[in-house]
Design a protein around this ligand. Structure first.
Ligand SMILES: [Zn+2]
Length: 204
């Protein structure tokens, strides 16, 4: 048998995927590689590409064989779930000198990030009563208060500025951190003769 064969057959595997991951969130998987001729592929680079062939991560194979194997060396790879919810087909690939290119296809399920319910109550500062038909906004998310002076916004976790306004009332805003369902209240004053700049800012 010849020992001059230039090309070995490498193989790859990815494991340790934990099921669906929230869109945009990091997660870790393990990637391992081995060679049918017994090479140890320590320090070889593995590339993870998406369905379009764009690189999403790189990892390096370590120097420790996976338990129970002779030469399956592995490393952790840090990944980020795609922003688009759904199942994404990714491929790990390795190009080690003297080895035919090897790849391993796997799928990553990305699920929508959670939304928290922020209930905003708006009160009339003079009458001390709930104020209906007040506008409540947080960036692109917008709602109008009901007869109980309440509006509900569904927001992703993070920092937001809540703005409240209603024609002929003072406007108000408050910065807060959304980390779960929450309730916040605003009291705004009746100002019947607001200046024209106010009208342009809020009603143009
Ligand atoms: Zn080899």
């Amino acid at each position: 048998m010849s020992t001059e064969a230039a090309t070995h057959t490498a193989s790859l595997a990815v494991w340790g995927l934990q099921g669906p991951v929230e869109a945009g969130h990091p997660f870790t998987a393990a990637v391992g590689g081995t060679c049918n001729a017994g090479c140890v592929l320590t320090s070889r680079q593995v590339e993870i590409v998406d369905a379009d062939g764009a690189t999403v991560a790189r990892a390096e194979l370590g120097d420790t064989a996976w338990p129970g194997t002779a030469n399956l060396v592995w490393g952790n790879v840090e990944l980020v779930a795609p922003q688009t919810p759904g199942t994404h087909q990714w491929t790990a690939r390795i190009a080690a000198p003297g080895h035919a290119a090897a790849q391993f296809a796997f799928s990553v399920a990305s699920v929508p990030a959670p939304r928290h319910q922020l209930t905003v109550q708006v009160l009339d500062g003079t009458k001390r009563k709930p104020l209906k038909a007040a506008h409540v906004g947080a960036g692109p998310v917008h709602a109008v208060t009901d007869g109980d002076g309440r509006a509900t916004l569904l927001l992703p976790p993070g920092d937001v500025t809540i703005q409240v306004w209603k024609q002929k009332y003072s406007a108000a805003e408050q910065a807060l951190h959304v980390g779960g369902d929450a309730e916040v209240s605003f009291t705004i004053r009746y100002v019947p003769d607001k200046d024209p700049q106010y009208v342009r800012d809020f009603w143009a």
